[in-house]
Ligand binder design. Structure first.
Ligand code: DUC
Ligand code: ZN
Ligand code: ZN
Length: 449
């Protein structure tokens, strides 16, 4: 048995000055002054104790058609636990012509035995047909209740009629569909025009994916959701225009879940104008936006319009992977690292305006609820899994590529002065990281939902 003593617990019922006991991977007791004879004692005085943070959007060990991400499940989940994240939802992606069950098996294989945090999979449907539809029951039985579809990327995207059918098909079992909202045809056309005109530099990445490209796709998703009688989930929201579209759908009475990411709350499009090829570090889709967009999204986080903050962690090394697009920005692999730093970035940045309960919702509880893991995950409660973070709110440290565990040669947040850090991180009751360094144990398990 392990007992976390004297911390301030962030529980579903409120903040609680109490001890927390864990045994056999579960939280077994929460009360002040628990008897600790024979138990391993963990001192949490001066700290907040949270349910482990949950990153609902990661891409580990992904091949983008040209190359593999820098982080696989070994390095990516090591980085995750060092930062306080105890569960990730990664994306298993169907091959064109392939089955959903094969995709799930392939992704389980990537994670099994090497994952330091728990992992669940959203299923990205890229080939919608009768065989795919027929697999949904088996997939649900295998623990997959959330799905993903793309409106952009030729290798991944589905048509509007297919997206409508997917929404209808997952409705009977309460599935939820997250969608990458960018108009792929328009992006393709704008990219072709830019390259034909000799505009090949990094600064053309955001110019060929303007805010309207996102807003239009979000609007289309919302109407398709209404036609299907289904809630929808907008992933990686990046624009004020897109936020307005979500507001309009909500005013009509629709349920629209919105996720955004630290990069859209902390960084802006001026990064694409950095000298040399530096801007390639920030090439992701959707791209970084204007300071006005950043301000609008920050207000939306503060007033509760954003449900979850996830990373879209999809790392490529600057030196030899981003470099692939040196002469043509459309060839720069899309994505940036973040899995390790999300909790510290958000506590540092919103700590003055949001309280511990609100940050807990944004970083853990809401994603657990949306993706069918609550209260097993996302709650400090007796019977919940013993994924626990002892958070030192006063710790001062600096984010650098040097001290990170992400297997990539940069961080978008180089030099960021962070306040707050995961002091102890437990995954299924086992110490997985301490003061930002991993333990020796790989305690992560597949989370069937
Ligand atoms: N965009 C995505 O849609 N997925 C991974 C990374 C990125 O930049
Ligand atoms: Zn996406
Ligand atoms: Zn993504």
């Amino acid at each position: 048995m392990t007992i976390v003593q004297n911390g301030t617990l962030v529980t579903p019922g409120g903040m609680l000055q109490a001890d927390l006991a864990m045994e056999d991977g579960k939280i077994t007791a929460i009360a002040p002054g628990l008897p600790a004879q024979g138990a391993v004692r963990v001192d949490a005085s001066g700290c907040w104790v949270f349910p482990g943070f949950l990153d609902g959007h990661t891409h580990l060990d992904l091949n983008n058609g040209v190359m593999n991400t820098a982080d696989d499940f070994a390095s990516g989940t090591t980085a995750a636990v060092c930062g306080g994240t105890t569960t990730i939802c990664d994306f298993a992606t169907q091959d064109k012509g392939g089955t959903l069950m094969d995709a799930l098996a392939a992704w389980k294989q990537k994670a099994a035995g090497v994952s330091r945090c728990n992992y669940a999979f959203h299923m990205a449907i890229t080939d919608w047909n009768e065989r795919t539809r027929a697999e949904l029951g088996a997939l649900r039985a295998a623990g997959v209740s959330s799905f993903k579809a793309y409106f952009a990327y030729d290798a991944l995207r589905v048509r509007d009629d297919e997206l409508l059918e997917i929404l209808e098909a997952i409705r009977p079992f309460g599935g939820i569909l997250g969608v990458h909202c960018e108009n792929g045809d328009v992006v393709n056309a704008m990219q072709r025009r830019a390259i034909a005109g000799g505009r090949t530099g990094v600064e053309n990445h955001p110019r060929t994916r303007p805010p309207e490209v996102e807003a239009e796709a979000i609007d289309r998703l919302c109407w398709l959701g209404r036609m299907a009688g289904m809630p929808v989930h907008v992933v990686h929201l990046s624009t004020a225009l897109g936020l307005d579209v979500i507001r309009a759908a909500r005013r009509r009475g629709q349920t629209v879940y919105a996720e955004t990411c630290p990069q859209y709350l902390l960084l802006d499009e001026s990064r694409y104008l950095l000298p040399g090829f530096e801007g390639a570090k920030y090439v992701m889709s959707p791209p970084l936006r204007s300071p006005n967009d950043v301000a609008a999204l920050r207000r939306a986080v503060e007033n509760g319009e954003i449900n979850t903050i996830s990373t879209d962690h999809c790392s490529f090394r600057f030196a030899d992977q981003k470099a692939f697009g040196r002469d043509d920005f459309t060839k720069i692999p899309n994505g940036a690292p973040g899995i390790e730093h999300r909790p510290a970035l958000m506590f540092s940045s919103f700590g003055g305006v949001l309280n511990a309960m609100q940050l807990c919702d944004l970083l853990s509880t809401n994603a657990a609820k949306l993706f069918g893991m609550y209260p097993r995950k996302g709650a400090l409660a007796v019977g919940s899994d013993a994924d626990v973070v002892v958070w030192d709110p006063g710790a001062q440290w600096t984010i650098t590529a040097q001290n990170q565990h992400q297997a990539v040669d940069y961080t978008p947040y180089e030099g960021f002065a962070a306040t707050g850090r995961a002091k102890y991180v437990f995954v299924n009751g086992i110490l997985a990281a301490e003061n930002g360094e991993p333990s020796r144990v790989c305690a992560g398990r597949y989370v069937a939902r």
